[in-house]
Design a protein around this ligand. Structure first.
Ligand code: C5P
Length: 227
């Protein structure tokens, strides 16, 4: 069994989400994709016709919506006001706007509170949860017994993102993907509030030369060591 919380942070395209889901499945633990929550908030902002940089309008809207995420690693789901939006949150429009929405301190405060509730519930019910994000080890669960910070070169990350897009039927060129991934990581790493950064006590794992199976195996090994 996996005891407690595994905090998995890092930029996109590091294999984080796939490895997190596999690890959680292997251990019969829960899985929380915190990025999906920021994506649902962003989708609501875009649908309401609010500019993602209009912080006060964003906060007012996010206060009123219901963001739902499932914690089954085999079947991740995301909903907005009870309606499934698992696919709608993966568009390039959302990719472009999500860093602005997630940089708003009040938005983070609301979502972090909800994340902690979900984590507590999973710990009560199944004893463990793998949490995937940017600030899990630094802010959301600073006392997590295992924190891993995944990295990979920009080229590798862009390639992985392209492959994911293609697999999901979304059209993008490698250049567009690379520019989009780099822009988002730059915004996420430089924001004032809870920037993307490794916790001092995180294990750093460079996945540039690892296959997804190897990333999962490495995480399993770390989780077993700490268990
Ligand atoms: O993980 P994913 O790429 O889906 O995350 C989408 C965006 O949500 C990130 O680029 C970041 O702006 C935001 N995010 C965040 N904090 C988290 C998880 C995601 O700010 N814990």
């Amino acid at each position: 069994a996996l005891c407690g919380v595994v905090a998995l942070d890092g930029p996109s395209g590091t294999g984080k989400t796939t490895a997190a889901r596999r690890l959680a499945t292997e251990f019969g633990a829960g899985y929380l994709d915190t990025g999906a929550m920021y994506r649902v908030a962003t989708l609501a902002v875009l649908r309401a016709g609010i500019g993602p940089d209009d912080a006060s309008a964003v906060v007012e809207l996010v206060r009123r919506i219901e963001i739902g995420v499932g914690t089954d690693p085999k079947e991740p789901s995301a909903s907005l006001d009870g309606v499934d939006v698992s696919e709608a949150i993966r568009t390039e429009e959302v990719n472009q706007a999500v860093s602005a929405v997630s940089a708003v301190p009040e938005v983070r405060e609301m979502l972090v509170a909800e994340q902690r509730r979900i984590i507590r519930k999973a710990l009560d019910e199944v004893g463990g949860i793998v949490v995937d994000g940017r600030d899990i080890g630094t802010v959301v669960v600073p006392d997590a017994p295992l924190k891993v910070f995944l990295t990979a070169s920009a080229d590798v990350r862009a390639r992985r993102r392209s492959a994911q897009d293609a697999a999901a039927g979304r059209v993008s060129t490698p250049e567009e993907t690379k520019a989009s991934v780099e822009r988002r990581d730059r915004l996420d790493s430089t924001r004032a509030n809870s920037p993307l950064r490794a916790a001092d006590d995180a294990v750093l794992l460079d996945t540039s030369d690892l296959a997804l199976d190897e990333v999962t195996a490495k995480l399993t090994e770390l989780a077993e060591d700490r268990g």
